[in-house]
Ligand binder design. Structure first.
Ligand SMILES: C[S@@+](CC[C@H](N)C(=O)[O-])C[C@H]1O[C@@H](n2cnc3c(N)ncnc32)[C@H](O)[C@@H]1O
Length: 279
């Protein structure tokens, strides 16, 4: 199973929020407009960034169930959400938050989505969502996931699905080789079988269309510059570590690439957002 550090998730949060595709999020909001309240299930919630990035588009009263297999991140989500809210209190196991005129209740549950997927979807929320999750899952898991959402007629908002694009400036002679090694690593098993990696969004879109869902997607690339130095440096380190694990690259060349990337002036990391609803 892959482990995600809270520091990495905190660094990516502002860039994730800025990158979200406004048309896709607007379409999700329009679907629920007029409803006084709704329930949301957030898969692979990490420290709760997806709630903070989506709540403003959704009805005034929201109940979120945050699911992750990492108990440390679930604890971090509760702390971070309590600090982020205008007001926060515990009510039994639930967190009750007030933020920008909205009331948001939050439950956190420790669940391994490679095993207990059907169980959590059986809670039948109004909306299933996830951010930066689906590159980890396998093609088979996506088929299983779409089959359950189809049988329960549940819509999905999937934000920030890595799509394989990566451009760094200035260019380096090892860019193509490092990128190829990283893409190879992306398909390794992250606990769900061979990972879909950058193909996840296309695979989901195709499976949902076959199931008769209306599907829309939109670009949500990260645009990184020198203001995002710590994120850029950690991203470059993560890519270099993944590339090194494949054993496909000369170590000295990889070290030179990493040093150059930690001084890069710009980077684009491609993502796509997806909204799929039963019709
Ligand atoms: C890249 S992080 C994204 C976190 C969060 N959605 C965000 O946008 O910041 C992927 C998350 O998926 C969770 N995850 C990975 N495998 C999982 C599994 N088998 N079951 C439940 N959660 C899992 C990780 O613990 C991590 O929190």
């Amino acid at each position: 199973m892959a482990g995600f550090s809270a520091d990495w998730l905190a660094l990516r949060e502002p860039v994730d929020h800025a990158a979200r595709n406004p048309q896709v999020l607007g379409a999700v909001g329009a679907h629920f407009a007029g409803k006084p309240s709704m329930s949301v299930l957030d898969l692979g919630c990490g420290a709760g960034s997806n709630l903070r990035g989506s709540f403003a588009a959704l009805p005034d009263r929201q109940h979120w169930t945050l699911v992750d297999y990492d108990a440390g991140l679930l604890g971090r989500a509760r702390e971070t959400l309590s600090r982020w809210a205008d007001e926060a209190r515990e009510q039994g196991e639930e967190l009750v938050l007030a933020k920008d005129g909205k009331t948001i209740t939050v439950d956190t549950r420790q669940v391994d989505l490679s095993k207990d997927l059907e169980w959590v979807l059986g809670w039948q929320p109004d909306l299933v969502t996830a951010a930066a999750l689906f590159d980890l899952v396998s093609k088979r898991w996506i088929e299983r996931f779409v089959a359950v959402l189809t049988s329960l007629k549940l819509p999905l908002y999937a934000a920030l699905n890595y799509d394989g694009r990566e451009r760094w400036k200035p260019a380096h002679r090892a860019d193509a080789g490092v990128h190829a090694a990283f893409r190879h690593h992306q398909h390794g098993d992250k606990g769900f079988g061979p990972a879909a990696g950058p193909d996840a969004c296309d695979l989901m879109a195709e499976a949902f269309r076959k199931s008769g869902f209306a599907v829309s997607t939109g670009d949500s690339a990260w645009l990184i510059d020198e203001r995002h130095g710590p994120l850029r440096d950690m991203l470059a380190q993560g890519i270099a570590d993944a590339a090194a694990e494949t054993g496909h690259l000369d170590q000295a060349l990889l070290a030179d690439w990493l040093a150059a990337r930690q001084k890069a002036t710009n980077a684009l990391v491609g993502h796509h957002d997806l909204w799929a609803r039963p019709v």
